[in-house]
Design a protein around this ligand. Structure first.
Ligand SMILES: Nc1ncnc2c1ncn2[C@@H]1O[C@H](COP(=O)(O)OP(=O)(O)OP(=O)(O)O)[C@@H](O)[C@H]1O
Ligand SMILES: [Mg+2]
Length: 258
């Protein structure tokens, strides 16, 4: 059965400063992609880091019958993988070694051959098999982002959290990553939460959109319901049109900042 992730009464802050206050999110279901969008500083990264167990929080984050709040970082890592917005510091590993070590750190021991196959498969699915033996410190910005993504997907988590995973990518690789994320979600019934700033891209690839504003939910629903000119004006302070293109996909045309 597809897993469910439910958030109830979640409050998160840094020191005394509350960023997220009593947030409830109806269950996210495995096999679907949820896009988390919202203005800068809305709390998107904070929410993802909280779901990954990297920031202490009050309230409940339940994955089926397992309460995640209170689990150790390693306890979280068994269920949840988080790809950070800021790429990790330069490390003296090859792309293949980094992918393999991400896989090994998330799971109980796998036979070497199977682990190698999985790592290579993750690179191949992202179209970067040819980078396997290159050092992470000799990659371009976009290549590093793809390598970082390989480290997340290789773990085959139940919950996959991606924080702006396409921000450094050209349009071909953006599409490729979004298609792959959608495929992985469906193939393995993964719960995917992906932070994006490109609203049209979010609408095209996510089945559900959660709009975060000042740590609270401003809209939540299917793309057509969550993305409206009213929401964009209220949350993003822009005057915008939401229209369907000739293929039926939502497009956002921003006319001016309010
Ligand atoms: N480590 C930290 N210590 C203190 N405050 C923080 C820390 N990280 C983030 N904040 C604050 O928390 C708020 C939410 O930040 P967060 O990074 O979650 O926003 P975001 O929605 O991911 O924004 P962006 O789109 O710019 O990435 C901001 O006001 C930010 O200044
Ligand atoms: Mg962020």
């Amino acid at each position: 059965m597809a897993p469910h992730l439910t958030i109830e009464g979640l409050s998160v802050g840094y020191g005394r400063r509350r960023i997220i206050e009593a947030l409830d999110l109806p269950a996210l279901t495995g096999g679907t992609v949820t896009a988390l969008i919202g203005p800068n500083a809305a709390g998107k990264t904070t929410l993802l880091r909280t779901l990954a167990g990297l920031v202490p929080a009050k309230g409940s984050i339940r994955l089926d019958d397992v309460e995640l709040t209170g689990l150790s970082v390693n306890g979280h890592a068994r269920h949840v993988t988080y790809m950070p917005q800021a790429l990790p510091q330069r490390v003296a590993l090859t792309v293949f070694e980094a992918t393999l070590s991400a896989l090994m750190s998330a799971r109980d021991a796998l036979p070497t051959k199977e682990a190698h196959e999985r790592a290579l498969n993750a690179l191949a699915r992202l179209g970067i098999a040819d980078l396997a033996m290159r050092g992470l410190d000799e990659l371009s910005g976009g290549q590093r982002q793809l390598a970082s993504l390989a480290q997340s997907i290789v773990r085959e988590p139940t919950v996959l959290l991606l924080d702006e995973p396409t921000s450094a990518l050209d349009i071909h690789h953006q599409m490729r990553v979004m298609q792959l994320v959608e495929e992985l979600a469906r193939e393995r019934a993964i719960i995917v939460i992906i932070v994006l700033h490109d609203i049209a891209q979010a609408a095209r690839y996510a089945q559900r959109i959660v709009v975060l504003e000042n740590g609270t939910i401003a809209a939540d629903g299917a793309p057509g319901a969550a993305i409206t000119p009213e929401t964009l004006a209220r949350v993003y302070k822009v005057e915008a049109r939401v229209e369907r293109c000739s293929h039926g996909f939502l497009q956002v045309i921003v006319d001016r900042a309010l």
